[in-house]
Write a protein that binds this ligand. Structure first.
Ligand SMILES: Cc1cc2nc3c(=O)[nH]c(=O)nc-3n(C[C@H](O)[C@H](O)[C@H](O)COP(=O)(O)OP(=O)(O)OC[C@H]3O[C@@H](n4cnc5c(N)ncnc54)[C@H](O)[C@@H]3O)c2cc1C
Length: 306
């Protein structure tokens, strides 16, 4: 490939596709390289009801609209690829694919997203989207008037458990230790909520149901006793994993392996920007990924002008 693109975007989720829309509309020659299917986590989401301007939509439909929009401005998208090498040291950056092809560009926007940590127990994959969730903001409303379980003992788990009481009639927090690893105010808030119950020193062992989640099994760790708990939904908040394993040593990552960026999405490497769920930030939503992608593309335009 002799062409030197103005920018190459790594990842075609909400952040990458938005960066693609803005960059190609600004007449920058733009290529998106994406591992797997286009759309990222959006296509894992059955229904997105909180994207402004779109009352409610299927995740794959929103992803497809973003893809078509990027392509209509001339953005090129290569999906189902595997990147084997990045070279960011020189002014012209290089990205090599597993099939040996090399793509060159004047700038790079990293948008590889991430994935919630999973429990890796029986039934978890089977009930993803029909009872097992990793996002209270996204799915809480589906459990209005129902009973749910929250797994975890950090700030996210306790804060999201409190948020879920706006929908659910009962929230049972299951945590592996006898104490929480959250801020005191978050613990107090959860403890004083009459809808929240606690099962401590316990871990989930499996999810069961017929078509949708009906119950979980829980092991009480000190006694190894297994019990069953009827539930309509389970929310898992045991951490988040950015897809940055292959970027170790290339750009600055923090202790949670998130890419460190400044307010205009610049990384510590000249000409390399990052956006979306992979960066150092607190809230991960389609709207925040779209905002980051916009800023990254505008920053690339300015970088290339200068
Ligand atoms: C089950 C679920 C439900 C959700 N529901 C909602 C909701 O209702 N509303 C909402 O606002 N948010 C929701 N979210 C969160 C939202 O989907 C994400 O915050 C957002 O989509 C992140 O976009 P992103 O582009 O940063 O990353 P991602 O969507 O993760 O996209 C990253 C893309 O990069 C690709 N990639 C990764 N590594 C590489 C690599 N090395 N090379 C090339 N490509 C790579 C991935 O395959 C993927 O296609 C939900 C998340 C989940 C998991």
């Amino acid at each position: 490939m002799d062409q030197v693109f103005d920018t190459i975007i790594v990842g075609a989720g909400a952040a990458g596709l938005t960066a693609g829309i803005y960059a190609s509309r600004a007449k920058l020659s733009t290529l998106i390289l994406n591992e797997g299917a286009v759309g990222g986590q959006m296509v894992l989401t059955e229904e997105i009801a909180n994207y402004p301007g779109v009352e409610t939509t299927k995740g794959y439909m929103l992803a497809n609209t973003m893809k078509m929009q990027a392509k209509s401005f001339g953005c090129k998208i290569k999906s189902n690829i595997k990147i084997s090498r990045y070279s960011f040291e020189n002014e012209i950056k290089e990205i090599e694919l597993a099939d040996g092809s090399v793509f060159k560009s004047k700038s790079v926007i990293l948008t590889p997203g991430g994935r919630p940590r999973s429990l890796n127990i029986a039934g978890e994959d089977q009930f993803k989207g029909t009872g097992v969730s990793y996002c209270a903001t996204c799915d809480g409303d589906f459990f209005t008037g129902k009973e749910v379980v929250v797994v975890g003992g950090g700030n996210s788990a306790l804060e999201e458990a409190v948020a879920l009481t706006n929908y659910a009639t009962k929230v049972t927090i299951v945590h592996q230790f006898d104490h929480f690893q959250a801020f005191e105010h978050a613990i107090e808030e959860a403890k004083k909520n009459p809808k929240i119950e606690f099962i401590m020193e316990s871990e989930l062992r499996g999810f069961y149901g017929n078509g949708h989640l009906e119950k979980v099994t829980i092991e009480h760790l000190p006694t190894a006793k297994i019990s069953e708990l009827k539930t309509d939904g389970t929310f898992i908040f045991i951490g988040y994993q950015p897809n940055t394993e292959s970027l170790q040593g290339l750009v600055q990552l923090n202790n949670r392996n998130e890419i460190v960026v400044d307010s205009v999405m610049k990384t510590n490497v000249d000409g390399v920007f990052a956006a979306g769920d992979c960066i150092n930030k607190r809230y991960r939503q389609v709207t925040t990924a779209v905002a980051d992608g916009t800023i990254a593309a505008l920053s690339v335009s300015e970088y290339l002008r200068n």
